[in-house]
Each structure stands twice: as C-alpha cells, then as structure tokens.
Design a protein around this ligand. Structure first.
Ligand code: ZN
Ligand code: ZN
Length: 286
C-alpha cells in the first residue's frame, strides 16, 4: 500500500495492533500507543536501541495491522490501550469475562473480539473513533452483532500524523516523552518505570496526569502504560529524586485494585510547565 498517499491526521493519538510475521513467533500480537505510527513501527522492527518495546525486540518483523485513532488526548488513548491489553482487569469489560478461546481462537482474533466489545461500551462508545486497517490482507469484518457504533468509521489505508510540537524553551534536548510526544527539555522533571526492562520515559507531569484520580491532587498509584507494572507514586518520586528505593519488590506485584479507567475521570490536561511542590521533596509522605 506504499503507493497510496497517506491521509494526514492532526493531533494524532492512536492505539495500534501489531502482528508478528516472523515464522518463529508468527501470530503473536502487541498493542501499543503512539502519536506517530510510521516512526513507531520502525522502532519496533529495529529493537531496543531505536526505542522499540522490550516485548517486541528481536521477534520481528512486525506489521502494524490496524490502529484506532480519534482520541481527544493522550490519557484517553493510554487508558484505551491499557483496557485492550487487560480486558479482564477493566471494570467496563469485566462482566464479559473476555478470555481467548483455547485452540479455537487466534491471539489476533481474540484481540479483535476484545476491541469490538470495547467500542460498544462506555466511555469509548461515545468517542468519535476511527478504526483504520493499515494492512488490507488482515482486514476482518466486525460480526453484525458486534459492530462499532454508527458514528465511528472503519477505513483502510496509510495514515500520517501531524502533531504540533510544543515550543522549545531550550534548544538542547535529546529525549522525548512517550506519553505526550513532546521533547523533555533540560530542567524538566522526567521519570522512568520501576521495571528496569520497561522503556517508559515521560514527563513526571504526564505520568501524574495519567494516575490522578478526580478529586485528588496527588497521584497515589497506577499501572505503567507500557508494561502494566503497578507503580506507587511515592516510589516514582523517590526514584526520580535519586533517593533510596524501598526494599519491597514492586516488579510483578499483582494488581489488586482497579485504577479508574473511566473517560469521565480524565482531569484537565496539565498545560503548565511548572511543577507543583508535591513532587519536589521525596521525604514527603506520599
Ligand atoms: Zn510528556
Ligand atoms: Zn513500565
């Protein structure tokens, strides 16, 4: 489809499905979030050094088969991504008990079934989403009883994102926040995941936005949007400040509580570049 002119979409927030075409891992899938699908698929197929996700490294080539876009912001898209990856932990999907049918259903078909259910429940059924097939040979029709709402569109063909970069205050930068896709300027507080093999790198404010529950001013905890590790906000702050890590094992800890994934819970996007005082002191009782 490389001869087709890609459709240009501004303010792009997408959640994509990768399909592995490496014979050794054929049929494996991966769900991810991106603001630039064309760059992201190249990263997945190149490996860690190019910013690829740990789980896709050395298993390529991968094909980005489809992408859902039209989310109003990164938080909305990241919550969609998490729910698609974790249907049994997602409150809005729990009653459906979505599990892959052993031997009868491929991973790919299962992911599409989960998607078809997600698009028909709140908060997502209200969003003006576009379901875009990027690889025509993988197109599957939604079954009549699980069609997306009429206001959503199903399209095929390549897409190119055009996102306005925030004006740079400082010309020296090397890193990019994986949540908002803006550069992380010198002096801006950034964070990584507590899971050492996770590639998460983000502005601390972007992660705080993701973890904030309405009515609260300080995040408590949340799941890493890339590896699903449960992260306690206090530990994140301590790590960012270079303070000693608590002895407890965070990696692989079973998530007992459901984080709030409801669309209504999204807080106003943090537009400021200033940081509130709550994350500057790691001795604070967070
Ligand atoms: Zn950011
Ligand atoms: Zn992580």
């Amino acid at each position: 489809m490389s001869d087709i002119v890609p459709e240009i979409v501004e303010d792009f927030f997408g959640v994509y499905l990768l399909y592995c075409i490496n014979p050794r891992y054929k049929g494996r899938t991966y769900i991810g979030y991106t603001r630039d699908p064309n760059r992201r698929i190249m990263q997945h197929n190149r490996g860690t050094w190019a910013g690829g996700a740990h789980r896709t490294n050395n298993k390529g080539p991968w094909k980005m088969v489809m992408i859902v876009h039209g989310f109003p912001n990164n938080i909305s898209a990241l919550r969609f991504e998490w729910a698609w990856q974790n249907p049994t932990k997602t409150i809005r999907l729990q009653h459906l008990n979505l599990k892959k049918v052993p031997r009868k259903e491929s991973e790919f078909k299962f992911k599409l079934r989960v998607l078809s259910e997600m698009l028909r429940v709140g908060p997502w059924f209200r969003l003006p989403l576009i379901i875009r097939w990027l690889e025509t040979e993988y197109i599957e029709e939604f079954p009549p009883e699980r069609k997306p709402p009429d206001h959503m569109t199903i399209v095929q063909g390549p897409v190119k994102s055009r996102n306005l970069k925030r004006k740079l205050l400082n010309t020296t930068f090397t890193e990019e926040c994986l949540l908002c896709s803006n550069y992380i300027n010198i002096g801006q507080a950034k964070t990584t995941c507590l899971n050492p093999s996770c590639e998460l790198l983000a502005h601390i404010t972007c992660l705080a936005d993701l973890f904030l529950v309405p009515g609260e001013y300080v995040p408590i905890e949340g799941n890493c949007p890339f590896c699903s590790t449960k992260l306690k906000w206090g530990d994140i702050i301590r790590k960012m400040k270079g303070c000693a890590q608590p002895g407890e094992e965070v990696i692989g800890e079973e998530c007992a509580e459901e984080e709030c994934l409801e669309e209504e819970c999204i807080t106003e996007e943090d537009k400021a570049d200033e940081y509130p005082s709550w994350f500057l002191d790691c001795n604070d009782d967070l």
